[in-house]
Each structure stands twice: as structure tokens, then as C-alpha cells.
Design a protein around this ligand. Structure first.
Ligand code: ZN
Length: 276
């Protein structure tokens, strides 16, 4: 299959996933249940092109592969990350950070596919660049990929230019491998600062944190991870897990147990619908 055909197929799948998501996806709320301020109206189509400066456009590849790159839509700057999804039903969201990793991520993807469940992956650029085929699979399987910086630094110790570089390079590699730029961002270690919120908004990314930490990063044993997720289960909960950054075989085994448990308990695992 030609590369451009692959992209077309992925985009069709993404569009299909987004349509499903729009029907069945819960909304998102900020920390403290505050409502986000209204976003400015966004022009679409030819009007939008007229108001953008030429410098806002990225260089297009000469070969013409893939969809045309569009500049990200600026978002309203938040002051706190999103911690949970707002839902009237039993919706939860699974998120996996720090990958993709060839030893662990494929097993997690296999388990998600077995139960026909979508999840979010907050990837690091330095991992993504060596594992682009895993991002392509995430696109094919309908998962949502977010930006988790290039090298996983403590953003609170970086200057604005370095933070921008960490985020922008990662969005670039995600766009190349996944087929579109990320619309979600998660700060490493959950350490947010004003620059991260501002730069994320400029790049069209909402800040997403989590509600329940599976503590899999401590490698506490599969049973403990399963217990944390199952005891933390509640409507609107966003679960933090990891598919890289250490030995994640416990995380791989844990999802095989807690995912069917959550489904049997009546939870629907969801991902955010794509903003257009
Ligand atoms: Zn992380």
C-alpha cells in the first residue's frame, strides 16, 4: 500500500472514531468543576485562511504525501489541568504515559483491541520517533495520542524556549506518525506551570491530568495495580498508567485483569472526541 493511501485510510478511521466518539463520549471538566471560559469563535474554511498570517503556515513536503498541514487553533489558556471527565453515565478513561515502547505497548494495544476499547496515549517524542509504527497502529485502532514532551523533563525547571521546543518537536513527530497533531497535552510528573498552559493553548492542546494514579510506576506488583484501578473506579475517573519508563510488565498484566472487571461492572471506557 502506498504511503498516501495509508494516510487516507488512517484518516478515514480517525474520522469514524471521532463520529462514534461524538455520540458516546462524555464531556470534560476542569479541576474544581469550574467551567472553562468560552472560546473565541473560530472561522472555518476560506475565511480562516484569510485571517492567518502566511508565517502561520508550515512548509509542505515537496512530495505531497499525507494530508495538508493546518496551523493549530489557539485555545483559551487554562490555569489548571483537566482532572476528570464529566459524565451522566458510567464512563471512565484509561491513559498510558511515557511510551510507546516496543516491549509493552503492543501488549496493551492487544488487550484494548480484544475488548474493543479506546484509550489515550501520552507519548514522549524521543520514544515516538523510534516507534512510529506503534503510533500508526494507535491511529488505525482509534486511540487518541497526546503530547507528553520530548525528553520527559520537569517543565518547572525549564525556560519558555525549551518548553516550547519539547512540546513542538513532539507534536511534529506525532503528526508524522499518527496522521494529525495532538489536541491534548500532559506535563511530565504532573508538574504544570503557566508557560506550559500558555504554550499548550497556542499549539491547540488542552492540558489533561488524571483522577486515579494506578501507581504502576512504582512497580508495586500486578495485584496492587489492579486493586488501585478497581477501587478507584467511579464515573468520570481518568486513570493514569504507563507503557514505558521502566519495566512495565506489571502494567501489561494488570490491564488484562482490570479492563474486563470494569466492563463487567458496567463502565464504558471512552476517549475525548476530536475537535474540528
Ligand atoms: Zn510521564
Amino acid at each position: 500500500m502506498q504511503k498516501d493511501q495509508l494516510f487516507t485510510r488512517r484518516r478515514m478511521l480517525l474520522a469514524g472514531a471521532a463520529a462514534l466518539g461524538a455520540a458516546g463520549t462524555a464531556g470534560l471538566v476542569m479541576a474544581g468543576s469550574e467551567e472553562a471560559p468560552p472560546r473565541p469563535a473560530v472561522l472555518a474554511g476560506p475565511q480562516a485562511r484569510q485571517v492567518l498570517k502566511p508565517s502561520a503556515y508550515r512548509l509542505q513536503p515537496l512530495t505531497g504525501y499525507g494530508p495538508p498541514r493546518t496551523p493549530p487553533r489557539r485555545l483559551t489558556v487554562r490555569h489548571e489541568p483537566i482532572l476528570r471527565i464529566s459524565t451522566r453515565g458510567r464512563h471512565m478513561m484509561l491513559t498510558f504515559d511515557d511510551g510507546p515502547h516496543p516491549d509493552y505497548t503492543p501488549h496493551i494495544l492487544d488487550t484494548l483491541a480484544k475488548y474493543d476499547v479506546r484509550a489515550m496515549f501520552f507519548v514522549c517524542g524521543e520514544m515516538a520517533v523510534d516507534n512510529k509504527e506503534l503510533l500508526a497502529r494507535m491511529a488505525d485502532d482509534g486511540h487518541v495520542v497526546g503530547n507528553h514532551t520530548w525528553t520527559h523533563p520537569l517543565l518547572t525547571e525549564l525556560g519558555r524556549r525549551d518548553i516550547r521546543d519539547e512540546m513542538e518537536r513532539t507534536s511534529d513527530v506525532i503528526e508524522d506518525a499518527y496522521g494529525e497533531r495532538p489536541q491534548w497535552f500532559r506535563a511530565p510528573y504532573g508538574a504544570w506551570n503557566r508557560a506550559a498552559f500558555q504554550l499548550g493553548a497556542q499549539m491547540g492542546m488542552e492540558p489533561m491530568a488524571w483522577t486515579v494514579d494506578s501507581t504502576d510506576w512504582e512497580e508495586p506488583g500486578t495485584r496492587t495495580i489492579v486493586d488501585r484501578v478497581e477501587s478507584g473506579a467511579a464515573p468520570g475517573v481518568v486513570v493514569l498508567s504507563h507503557d514505558a519508563g521502566g519495566d512495565r510488565s506489571q502494567s501489561v498484566r494488570a490491564i488484562r485483569e482490570y479492563l474486563p472487571y470494569l466492563l463487567d461492572s458496567g463502565y464504558r471506557l471512552t476517549v475525548p472526541s476530536r475537535r474540528t
